[in-house]
Design a binder for this molecule. Structure first.
Ligand code: TYD
Length: 209
């Protein structure tokens, strides 16, 4: 099922999705948008961040379940039950354009590498699909150069792992492109200048208004 008003940004670490979301947030036209991200800031997301930092070691299958559990609250959380937090589904059904930094495609790529294709595919088959998917394409070598300047390096931010994840991402996105043509996939060449990428994104996103 496609959820109207929902857009997602995906790509390997260092592809620049977060930078582009920050640029979008500054646009006057986006002041009523709902910007969100995964892992979330809920306790499930905080737990996942500890795992990503290497503070907690989990079986990869456990992580796949946790990413999906975190997503379940992110999508289906109700503002009436959840301290005012509007889940993605509620926001989109209320005509709020909602942009998420990462979604199921992250699990289908990263967790495919850590624990195989089947479990993440099964766990993520329940979630609605976005109307728009921006897929940031970058060579792992280029993304690694960007990440290496950061203060903290997470467990997935390693050369071989990123290469495998990049391949898994491409396969997953190609599969969706064929099987779900109603979901519009926009491929972004992520090594272009920031403002060029920002314009390309806005040209697509504005059609949701
Ligand atoms: P990231 O967007 O890199 O967050 P930040 O920029 O704040 O560090 O996401 C954190 C990591 O989590 C990233 O390496 C991808 C990984 N991840 C998964 O492995 N599976 C998932 O389902 C999600 C949402 C993220």
């Amino acid at each position: 099922m496609i959820l109207k008003n929902f857009a997602v940004f995906e790509g390997i670490d260092g592809a620049g999705t977060s930078t582009q979301i920050q640029l979008l947030k500054k646009r006057e036209e986006c002041k009523n948008f709902c910007f969100t991200a995964e892992p979330t800031s809920f306790p499930t997301g905080k737990f996942l961040r500890q795992m990503l930092k290497g503070d907690i070691t989990l079986n990869p299958k456990t992580s796949a379940f946790l990413f999906a559990a975190d997503r379940a609250e992110h999508v289906w959380g109700k503002s009436s039950e959840n301290g005012g937090f509007m889940g993605i589904e509620e926001a989109c059904l209320n005509n709020k354009i909602t942009v998420s930094d990462r979604y199921i495609f992250s699990s289908l790529a990263y967790q495919k590498v850590t624990c195989g294709k089947e479990l993440p595919a099964a766990l993520n088959s329940f979630f609605p699909l976005p109307e728009l998917l921006f897929f940031f394409e970058i060579e792992p070598e280029d993304s690694l150069k960007r990440i290496s300047g950061r203060e903290t390096i997470e467990i997935y931010e390693k050369s071989d792992f990123l290469k495998e994840t990049e391949k898994a991402y491409r396969e997953v996105i190609n599969e969706y492109e064929k099987s779900v043509p109603q979901m519009k996939i926009i491929r972004i060449n992520a090594v272009q200048p920031k403002d060029v990428i920002a314009e390309k994104i806005w040209n697509e996103l504005k059609n949701l208004l």
